[in-house]
Design a protein around this ligand. Structure first.
Ligand code: 5GP
Ligand code: ZN
Length: 116
């Protein structure tokens, strides 16, 4: 738990979020500014800055985040038509919250993978 980390505070229940899936190690909740009809963030409950740090430190937990994302896609009805999973990393990746999170997006065709 990092007290000044937004997603640690959501995991701790200090900041409200609309939770759609939870395991012992992960939490999934709706993005506050959705970019698609379904836009869910999946985080490990433990604090890691980004997916590279997580993968290096705890590959099992990284797999649990991916499995939770797949479960969310299933329960949100995205599996048949498809969906996108994004990890933004660092400045060029457009990362704004430095607690690793997978974006699970779907519910409409999502267009090109990058905007420019
Ligand atoms: P990033 O740019 O770091 O990959 O994505 C951060 C995401 O967190 C953004 O899509 C943003 O809308 C979302 N976000 C920022 N603050 C909050 C919040 O307080 N609650 C929720 N549910 N999402 C947030
Ligand atoms: Zn955190």
């Amino acid at each position: 738990m990092t007290s000044d980390c937004l997603f640690c505070r959501i995991v701790a229940g200090e900041i409200p979020a609309t939770v759609v899936h939870e395991t012992d190690a992960t939490l999934a909740f709706r993005d506050i500014a959705p970019q698609a009809p379904v836009h869910v963030l999946v985080v490990p409950k433990a604090h890691y800055t980004d997916v590279a740090e997580l993968a290096k430190a705890d590959p099992t937990l990284a797999g649990q985040v991916l499995a939770a994302g797949a479960a969310v896609a299933d329960t949100e009805g995205l599996t048949q038509d498809g969906f996108r999973v994004i990890f933004n990393v660092g400045e060029h990746g457009g990362q704004e919250v430095f607690h690793v999170h997978a974006h699970v997006l779907g519910g409409r065709p999502l267009g090109p993978m990058v905007s420019s």
